[in-house]
Design a protein around this ligand. Sequence first.
Ligand code: NAP
Length: 440
Amino acid sequence: MPVSVAIVGSGPAGFYTADALLKSGVDVRIDIIERLPTPFGLIRDGVAPDHQTTKKVSAKFERTALSDQVRYWGNVEVGRDVGLAELRRMYDAVVLCVGAPLDRPLGIPGEDKQGVLGSAAFVGWYNGHPDFRDLDPDLNTSAVAVVGVGNVAIDVARVLVKTEAEMAASDLTGYAAKAIRSAPLTDVYIFGRRGPVEAKFTNVELREMGKLENSVPQVDAAQLPDGVGDLADRDRRLKERNLATLREFAARRADEKPKRVHFRFYAAPVEILGGDRVEGLRLERTRVEKGRAVGSGEFFDIACGVVIAAIGYRADPVDGAPFDGDRQIVANTDGRVADGLYAAGWIMRGPTGVISSNRADGVAVAELVGADVPEGKKPGRVALETLLRERRVRHVDYAEWKKIEAAEAANATPPAPRRKFVTVEDMLAVLDEADERSVG
Ligand code: NAP
């Protein structure tokens, strides 16, 4: 009997795991279970809407989805439609690939004010994730503060300052485009609690900020060190490139363009200012000692109407799986969680790395499954299918996703690649209409 594997989550970790299992030589049948009707997780809802090239990896995932050994089960939520314990009873192996979808709190006073947003929510909003499409942020402000100096902070700042023409070939949702376009925004501040060498953004993303039509990057040359310090060769090259780019930015004039993105380092947020609404951010100047930000006791304020915390994500505990509250991941040893239960990607190791970093996780889990489960003993797909039918769960298969995808493409105004549906109801309505047409 083939080994039955349920993969929970259809983002990069889920698909790289499926791919690795297919290539492992084990005779497997894989079911990829996804909460939304739409597959690909952060490829669809996290990667910036103007970075369409990055999204092309979904073509590779599609080849995996179309394998005879793989079946996609969209619109099926583990914990709502089927329990994790049930899945473990039905499948020889269950792999959790559910990512880290929640915002980490800043943990400073004033965080509950209107206008304080986490990047998971804000990015989810502009990308049309059904969970966040009602966020409706009030962008009626001339200044936005973004906390954190990683790639997500850069994504957020870039999407806020790019022109309509620069976003034309993106799949930014219409409501977000409208809100951003009509905002009186002139200045975005990106705050790093450590220095430019410790910043997490990568150089391609940083350089892009110097090439925008309507916005100029601003850097205080006095914050840039002469060198990057003692680092391994690869790190050294990356950091030197970032420093060189930041030096170029330091020479740019503030009045070159109507908007500015200010990179401010050595500044840790300590309080959100204002009444019910955000009116500013208070920060403490820092210095870096042994790699850590140390407060100087000197504070400064900036006026802003929105604060976006782009400080990394945290996982949502999965009912029935042990959780490591310190690390905010499912408790696991190199991907092994419990007998027949595994994890890969951000839920396994935390929210770091690029899309392809998940490939190694998938390979590692496939090896574990191969070693632990030499032959299949559990029914897998047949049992899932029966259970979902009994519970009348309206699942979406891969062919149906392709219909949703085709409708999104048909609704787009070129050169935009798609106009996303942003509610599950609208996605399912496409399928109901297609059914009616085929009956009629
Ligand atoms: P990240 O790279 O971990 O950056 C988080 C930033 O937040 C860091 O600068 C961190 O500073 C700062 N931070 C954390 N807690 C803070 C606090 N309490 N106060 C102030 N600052 C705080 O996370 P991310 O930007 O969310 O990105 C997640 C992953 O996705 C990364 O691996 C990223 O490269 C990847 N990604 C890649 C792309 C791309 O390739 N284009 C795009 C988006 C995301 P410290 O360093 O001091 O902790």
